[in-house]
Design a protein around this ligand. Structure first.
Ligand code: SF4
Length: 111
């Protein structure tokens, strides 16, 4: 197609396209979950009670092929509970602060 053969969609047709594509685009954003290793081992260890170790979940996350996507999703949606992408709730809060300020946490505290 070249620019001269482009015909804009009518508004009603554009609305149909958007309506039909939106669920697919949402699904694309979550496709990484199909490869989530935690789905195979069970989720309880990813939500440790206070005082329980997070190391077992972190070991699973280190072997997970979608760790980066998982962490990005958790940071983007400000997941407050559980281990995501190998990071605890506290570690993700620190990462969010670092991303917001552009400074590593200790430097931000000193600034
Ligand atoms: S990184 Fe960890 S929490 Fe995230 S999908 Fe993989 S196993 Fe699950």
């Amino acid at each position: 197609m070249n620019a001269s053969s482009f015909t804009p969609l009518a508004d009603d047709m554009a609305a149909v396209v958007v309506t039909e594509l939106a669920p697919l685009l949402d699904r694309r954003d979550l496709m990484w979950q199909d490869a989530a290793l935690c789905a195979e081992v069970g989720g309880d260890m990813f939500y440790p009670e206070k005082g329980e170790p997070s190391a077992p979940a972190k070991r699973v996350c280190r072997a997970c092929v979608v760790r980066a996507e998982c962490l990005d999703d958790a940071l983007e949606h400000e997941e407050r509970f559980g281990g995501w992408g190998g990071y605890s709730e506290r570690e993700r809060r620190r990462l969010r602060r670092e991303r917001t300020t552009g400074l590593p946490w200790p430097a931000r505290r000193a600034a």
